[in-house]
Ligand binder design. Structure first.
Ligand SMILES: Cc1cc2nc3c(=O)[nH]c(=O)nc-3n(C[C@H](O)[C@H](O)[C@H](O)COP(=O)(O)O)c2cc1C
Length: 166
């Protein structure tokens, strides 16, 4: 099954989860940044899994991302601000009828959901939700991912793929 796992990621946590989900889905799945998931990369795709970090209790807004440029809170590494946001990617994604699933990375206790906003937008475009959205937890504001989350992401990818071949 041709699948793409598209991610917004500023410190690499969401990208790492996306790669694990793609591995779990199988050989026909690729993890792609928002700049890579355009044009030919979308042709024939049966499953889109999309994920982003939860920032400021929400799917990151352009304002929130711009604010990261000043490195508030002394992050351990500068953020990657070179890719379009998940919001911007969703705004340019053509309508479709394939399957879709969403995930987010976040601190465990926070209110808000990025995955919910992503899935709503995918549904608005005509994609059919598959499975329950997932939350993958980081240990601090910038990561790292909690132990076991990469494995859980891989298992979820495998579950999504199995559900779609049944
Ligand atoms: C400026 C900033 C705001 C954040 N806001 C939230 C938040 O509201 N809720 C939450 O659960 N995590 C929050 N986090 C933690 C991030 O969601 C988490 O580190 C995420 O995994 C980052 O993903 P990335 O490495 O792919 O960019 C915040 C982190 C930063 C740096």
């Amino acid at each position: 099954m041709k699948a793409i796992v598209v991610y917004e990621s500023h410190w690499g946590n969401t990208a790492a989860i996306a790669r694990a989900i793609a591995t779990g889905i199988g050989a026909d799945a690729r993890a792609l940044s928002t700049s890579e998931a355009t044009g030919d990369a979308l042709v024939g795709v049966e499953l889109i899994v999309a994920g982003a970090p939860l920032l400021g209790f929400s799917l990151p807004t352009e304002k929130m991302i711009e604010g990261l440029a000043s490195n508030p809170g002394n992050p351990p590494a500068p953020p990657d601000l070179t890719q379009p946001s998940m919001r911007a990617w969703l705004a340019t994604l053509p309508a479709g009828t394939g399957h879709a699933a969403a995930f987010e990375t976040r601190i465990w206790w926070s209110p808000g959901s990025a995955a919910k906003a992503i899935l709503q937008q995918l549904e608005t475009l005509g994609y059919r939700p598959q499975g329950k959205s997932q939350r993958f937890v980081v240990e601090g504001k910038y990561g790292p991912l909690r132990a076991g989350e990469v494995e859980r992401a891989q298992a979820w990818g495998a579950e999504l793929a199995e559900a779609l071949v049944e």
